[in-house]
Design a protein around this ligand. Sequence first.
Ligand code: BTN
Length: 337
Amino acid sequence: MTQNSDDTNSRLKLLEILVSNEGEIIPGRVLAEELKSSRQAIHKLINALKEEGLEIESIPQKGYRIKDFKKTDVISPTLIDLMIKGNKLFHTCLFFDEVDSTQSIIKKLALQDAPEGIVAVSDFQTQGRGRRGRTWCNARGKNLMFSMLLRPNMRTGDIQLLNLAAGLAVHRVLKNIYDIDAELKWPNDILVKGKKICGILSESAGEPDRIYFAVTGIGLNVNMTREDLGCDLDKTATSLFIETKNMIPRPILLRDILDVFSDMTEDIGAKEKIAKLLLDYRAACATIGREVRVIQDELEFSGTALDITEQGALVVRTEKSDMVFAAADVHHLRLKA
Ligand code: BTN
């Protein structure tokens, strides 16, 4: 069924009313008055929301009710519209049951001059991409995989700062909202007890002094079980469900990450904003002070991670010299005594 924008807006308004009165039965008559429409039209809209997978009760002669909204895990188009409502940066969220890669979707839109602030989220990726050409595995309907279109006012060489901001945003949400002590490994891997829970990929196009667009993609393992991970990945990866034993509703998690990330990236080109980002990042980053092995292309270096530069690069003290890595793979070795 195709949806026109009136229908989209009406679904959103209806869902908003039900959610803000969670647990209460709202008569069809009241909803019809609020939406300036007929009870029959409300009935149709409710059915459309149910078809999106939302659990709405229709109580004969009484009305409609949404219960346990905060536990909703289905990423329905109207629900994600509701989740980004009021976000400072993100105004459009496209949902795909299945897609090759949300990165590719957003890149295509960027090349067609789409404005910044679009998010593509998918329940399943057939060609999910990780850093350095790796594949990004997923289990249908269990994880959070999304990409965001940004047009930051910054130089191409500063793109790593976006990566840092994305990692910091996820790290902060995991800590503040889910009480998970995750490790933020430079530049933006998030680990729990040494196993990867989240990966971030930023790609950009531009000239040396100006970014045309950046696409930042986040893959967060949310409700994957050990069985979903399989034997190989189980040794190196984990999920929020495995760590907390709780199923985590993905729409609210998405909202929280987008809220924190948009706060961090608003005006990201401004000096004070970069300074604050770096201050927060350095404080949260578990790589600083650690013995690390850094792999860059075919080369390997070992040393102590000392600092993060103004451009988000990692400074490592090796036996011979202090080296600066703009991008590389880092392995944490033991904690420094
Ligand atoms: C990494 O750690 O290697 C980065 C992984 C990034 C995965 C996300 S999932 C959403 C977006 N779409 C992709 O194809 N990749 C990113």
